[in-house]
Design a protein around this ligand. Structure first.
Ligand SMILES: Nc1ncnc2c1ncn2[C@@H]1O[C@H](COP(=O)(O)OP(=O)(O)OP(=O)(O)O)[C@@H](O)[C@H]1O
Ligand SMILES: [Mg+2]
Length: 152
């Protein structure tokens, strides 16, 4: 630990991220590949503690729900793209995607609420795309500098 840094400096410490790897996970008898494709980037500690559980929940969802039956080429991809202060985290899979859900299931469970509230803390938007070929959940933090409106 660097004893010299102040409390404020420690709180604001940034965490550097950059990763790209593929992992093979075995759920029951099916092998599912997990690919991580992350841009190099830096996030503050308070952002990192929100991003971590989002990734965990979404990857767990893919493992739990996307592959109810054995699938040969089952894959989960975690992607993190950065451009200046903007970033986009996407967790996608090629599983069953849209299911015929009952009204209570459509509302989502605790995981959905967790992701929504952590995204809110990050000032980010949640988008879900789901079809019979899979599901992708994106968390986007976009900052747009608004230009002053000129009067005619
Ligand atoms: N990757 C996915 N593929 C297919 N269906 C999914 C996927 N992720 C979520 N779902 C569906 O959306 C529902 C809501 O997900 P949510 O994470 O909110 O709840 P849960 O995973 O069932 O329970 P919890 O997260 O609280 O442990 C799931 O029950 C499942 O039917
Ligand atoms: Mg869940």
């Amino acid at each position: 630990m660097d004893r010299g840094s102040s409390g404020a400096a420690r709180r604001a410490r940034k965490h550097s991220t950059s990763a790209s790897f593929v992992l093979n996970v075995r759920v029951s008898s099916a092998a599912i590949s997990l690919k991580v494709d992350a841009d190099p980037g830096t996030v503050a500690s308070h952002q990192a503690v929100s991003i971590g559980p989002i990734v965990t929940e979404l990857v767990m969802n893919s493992l739990k729900h996307a592959f109810p039956k054995e699938k040969k080429d089952g894959a989960i991809v975690v992607s993190y793209k950065v451009a200046d202060a903007n970033w986009k985290l996407t967790v996608s899979d090629n599983g069953v995607g849209k299911l015929d859900l009952s009204a209570s299931q459509k509302k989502g469970g605790l995981g959905t609420s967790l992701v929504q509230s952590l995204a809110k803390q990050l000032d980010a938007q949640v988008d879900i795309v789901s079809d019979p070929h899979g599901r992708a959940v994106s968390i986007t933090h976009a900052t747009f500098k608004s230009k002053p409106i000129k009067s005619a």
